[in-house]
Design a protein around this ligand. Structure first.
Ligand SMILES: [Ca+2]
Ligand SMILES: [Ca+2]
Length: 160
């Protein structure tokens, strides 16, 4: 009985950072670049439907990981929605899936500019164009962009 429990624990530990097929392996999360362009809200729901979320990028390490992943797609796509938005309070950017104020950011110089409010820009994307270096920009939420989902290993583990 104890051996069985141990075996189960070892089995769990061994696969708790393994991402499902089709997902990219990060150090703490799994990521999936979506080959489909849509508005921010639809992208948010699309990730949620896979028991994931739009990517939250909470440190320079995670930014570097995501940039490396997006770099593989940069000849195909240039703009990728992430989970960040200031739709609730202008200028107050939050990671929407967990309702957390952003501490780390990686804005392109001059951003976020809210497009001077004409019309407002309240949803954030990564720009993979070479001269933008995977920096972030606030954009109109209705723009049709690719996006990157993030799943945490416990939600994205090959079990059994
Ligand atoms: Ca804004
Ligand atoms: Ca902007």
């Amino acid at each position: 009985m104890i051996a069985l429990v141990l075996l189960a624990l070892v089995g769990y530990a061994a696969c708790d950072t393994t991402c499902l097929k089709g997902w990219e392996q990060g150090s703490k999360s799994c990521y999936k670049v979506i080959d489909y362009r849509t508005d921010w809200v639809t992208a948010y729901m699309y990730c949620a439907a896979m028991r994931a979320q739009l990517a939250d990028i909470e440190s320079q390490e995670e930014q570097d990981e995501v940039a490396a992943i997006l770099g593989k797609y940069k000849d195909l796509f240039e703009q990728f929605w992430i989970d960040l938005s200031d739709i609730e309070v202008e200028g107050q950017f939050k990671w929407m899936a967990f309702n957390q104020n952003a501490t780390y950011t990686n804005w392109i110089p001059g951003q976020p500019d809210n497009n001077a409010g004409k019309p407002a820009e309240n949803c954030v994307h990564i720009n993979a164009k070479p001269f933008r270096k995977f920096g972030w920009n606030d954009h109109k939420c209705g723009a049709q962009l690719n996006f990157i989902c993030e799943a945490f290993p416990e939600e994205n583990t090959i079990s059994g």
